[in-house]
Design a protein around this ligand. Structure first.
Ligand code: PMP
Length: 357
């Protein structure tokens, strides 16, 4: 039907999975590892991004969502027709809303109202009950996480999945993301680096890679402004007050979550990436690599490039491409919004054409 040349092209151009998978949950994971060609050539190192935006719910958090639901089912905590309640910046909620639809559970989400409208809209379209609440500190009883916990207590046949301190989250990455990266790099990688929200990705992937490489692969943390983790790690364990903020969503922390606590001692180091660099990288990734990614992915890539430079030419560094820009485009590609954040100057002239909203 097709010419031989065309068939060869198709085989080279498209990855195929050998077998069909079952439903939404079967499609979570097994994401490609992308060699970031332009950035690698620029630095003389090999920089790879794990394409977590290709999960069926569109983000790295599909793995955690599936992990915490499966764990609750296995423990008999979540029964047929039950309700899953969670506090989330959005992506875990989106993953949970998909998993709940696929498995017949109700889904109730509490999130800070500082998050993008796209995520709130998507959650509602996926059938979740969404409570967008004022963004207040964790210490405040009105914090979205505590509200989720209290709400679950009031319902019957309901669980609070507690992604921050439920280590089923990190475990999901330990048994899937970590092994996939190890296989995709054939164990030949110098370092893994990413930012954390719950710490599930960093701790789960990090633990697996440290074990498999017998301590050879370094694991680093990247942080947005307003997070306390970099200073905690570089000061040897001093926790400071949270101050400042970032345009990135879903990352940065004011405390050591249980997920992160399992791994924090294994980290080789940490550094903070300013918003100017992250937003510039959102545009650069689009322009040079053809990748349309959110600001946390961009921050991760900036950090991976800086780490590769630090480790020297020829080094191999892996990071995470957490989600697509689709869920932030009314912000990241709006001239007005960039101006309101004082970030229009961070976009080089030749990339300004992408800010079309
Ligand atoms: N990037 C984005 C866009 C996220 O929503 C999250 C999770 N909130 C992360 C990164 C961090 O993932 P983790 O919770 O595994 O640390």
């Amino acid at each position: 039907m097709f010419s031989a040349a065309r068939t060869v092209f198709a085989r080279r151009a498209f990855a195929t999975n050998a077998v069909a998978v079952e439903g939404f949950t079967g499609a979570v994971g097994n994401t490609p590892l992308i060699y970031l060609k332009h950035l690698s050539e620029k630095t003389g190192s090999s920089i790879f991004g794990k394409a977590e935006f290709q999960n069926p719910g569109g983000s790295v958090k599909d793995r955690a969502a599936l992990g915490v639901v499966r764990d609750a089912e296995d423990q008999g905590l979540l029964k047929a027709g039950g309700t899953v309640v969670e506090g989330t910046a959005g992506n875990t909620g989106i993953g949970l809303a998909h998993v709940c639809r696929a498995r017949g559970y109700k889904c109730v989400i509490f999130m800070p109202n500082s998050q993008s409208q796209e995520k709130i809209d998507l959650l509602r379209m996926l059938g979740a009950e969404v409570h967008a609440v004022p963004a207040v500190a964790y210490e405040n009883p009105a914090n979205y996480n505590h509200l989720a916990r209290d709400h679950a207590k009031r319902l019957s046949n309901a669980i609070w999945t507690n992604q921050f301190d439920n280590t089923a989250n990190a475990y999901a990455h330990y048994i899937s993301t970590g092994p996939e990266i190890w296989e995709q790099t054939r164990g030949d990688l110098d370092a893994f680096i990413c930012a954390t929200g719950t710490g599930g990705t960093l701790a789960g992937v990090g633990k697996y890679l440290r074990e498999k490489s017998q301590g050879k692969t370094q694991v680093w943390l990247a942080d947005p402004p307003g997070s306390v983790l970099t200073s905690y790690i570089t000061s040897g364990g001093k926790l400071t007050e949270r101050s400042g903020s970032s345009i990135t969503e879903g990352i940065g922390q004011g405390r050591i979550t249980d997920n992160l606590a399992t791994f924090v001692k294994e980290l080789s180091g940490a550094f903070t990436v300013p918003d100017e660099k992250s937003i510039k990288m959102v545009y650069e990734l689009l322009d040079t690599e053809g990748l349309y990614l959110g600001a946390s992915s961009a921050l991760n890539v900036v950090a991976a490039v800086e780490l590769a430079v630090k480790l020297g030419k020829g080094s191999k560094v892996v990071t995470v491409l957490c989600d697509g820009a689709y869920r932030y485009q009314s912000r990241l590609f709006s001239k007005k919004w960039l101006e309101s954040k004082g970030l229009e100057g961070a976009i080089p002239e030749h990339l300004k054409k992408y800010a079309v909203l």
